[in-house]
Ligand binder design. Structure first.
Ligand SMILES: *Cc1c(COP(=O)(O)O)cnc(C)c1O
Length: 354
């Protein structure tokens, strides 16, 4: 089977699959409760929070949509800089939620000053931010933006960290993030189907005050069940076995070492790109450390490159996402990759390029 270096889903280790094939257990009982509880310290360390993490059997979009339904009474400000952040705005409109946006060119980052200027117009009670815009390889200034949002009482901040959670430090409590969410098939290197998220007390209070939250994605249902180390409905138990396993792997490595490994592996790809004259799509200072997005140079047959890399070497990289498909290509270094595996990929890419 080809090995994935696309920015999600990413390569899943044999050990993770083995952990996921443990015999099934019932979810209303002590075994599941202890499985659930075992995931909390690791998730809380990665998210920089003492708040409980909820486990949603859905991809990230389930919880992204749910943040709008649970938390927006007035108007949401969506910070749009790529495919996922732009779509969050569209989802708000599809739900009939009042929404305004800051839109920057794909490849640019959101500036904290622009967020301040927009919030000063008033009327907002929610901001959505994609920390690491996976479609463009842009990492936004989370601390700078969080600081701005915190200066506006009554405005909650939702942060999607799908492709940054466990790749870089995130301090939910210190930054005053109100919802931190991550689908597990990217930085956490699990198969898709589960999303982890934590809510501040203010987010829970806001949800309580809003009607029509539904059931499956009701944050109050999640909070009530989490008190008993459980989920509102039958969860993807096999994925939670996988989560328990990967959190053990992360603890054994140590989070600091994991962050440093991601930075070092990402630097290898940057150096390779510079050597090959591939320009980074993201600006200096806002480049993701979990994936790299390169401009496709004029005249470069990117699709042949990607095809040959797969057929001859069994490595899969991505040919750009959304409206920059073909104009860019992306390489992930998320999850379990090492200096050795990144160098294997680089050697293969060099061999294809000649
Ligand atoms: C992949 C991705 C999503 C969407 O995840 P789904 O699993 O398709 O719901 C959302 N946000 C970011 C930043 C992503 O990379």
């Amino acid at each position: 089977m080809p090995k994935l270096f696309i920015p999600g889903p990413i390569d899943v280790s044999k050990e993770t699959y083995a952990a996921m094939s443990q015999p099934m257990i019932g979810h209303r009982g002590a075994e599941f409760e202890s499985l659930y509880a075992s995931t909390q310290p690791g998730l809380q360390e990665l998210g920089g929070t003492t708040r409980p993490f909820f486990l949603s059997t859905s991809s990230a979009w389930g919880v992204m949509e749910a943040t709008l339904r649970n938390l927006c009474a007035k108007k949401v400000l969506t910070l749009c800089c790529g495919a996922f952040s732009d779509k969050w705005h569209d989802v708000a409109l599809k739900m009939g939620i009042a929404a305004d946006k800051i839109q920057v060119e794909w490849g640019d980052a959101i500036s904290p000053a622009s967020v301040r200027a927009k919030l000063e117009q008033g009327g907002f009670d929610l901001v959505t931010l994609i920390h690491n815009e996976t479609s463009t390889g842009v990492m936004n200034d989370l601390a700078g933006i969080a600081k701005v949002v915190k200066a506006f009482p009554g405005v909650l901040l939702v942060v999607d960290s799908v492709s940054s959670f466990s790749a870089v430090p995130i301090q939910m409590d210190e930054l005053g993030i109100d919802v931190l969410l991550a689908g597990v098939q990217k930085a956490l290197a699990l198969p898709p189907g589960l999303t982890v998220f934590a809510c501040s007390e203010a987010a829970i209070e806001r949800a309580k005050s809003l009607p029509n939250r539904g059931y499956y994605f009701d944050f109050i249902e999640f909070a009530k069940n989490a008190e008993k180390n459980n989920t509102p409905s039958t969860p993807a138990i096999s994925l939670i076995f996988g989560l328990q396993h990967i959190l053990g792997v992360i603890a054994a490595e140590g989070v600091r070492k994991r962050f440093a490994r991601h930075a070092a592996n990402n630097a290898l790809i940057h150096a390779w790109g510079a050597h090959r004259d591939f320009r980074n799509f993201a600006p200096a200072g806002n480049q993701s450390v979990s994936l790299t997005c390169f401009h496709t140079p004029a005249g470069f047959d990117q699709s042949a490159f990607i095809k040959t890399l797969k057929s001859k070497h069994g490595f899969v990289i991505n040919g750009g996402y959304g409206k920059i498909k073909g104009l860019t290509f992306r390489i992930s270094n998320m999850g379990n990759e090492t200096e050795a595996t990144m160098n294997e990929l680089i050697a293969a890419m060099d061999e294809v390029l000649g």
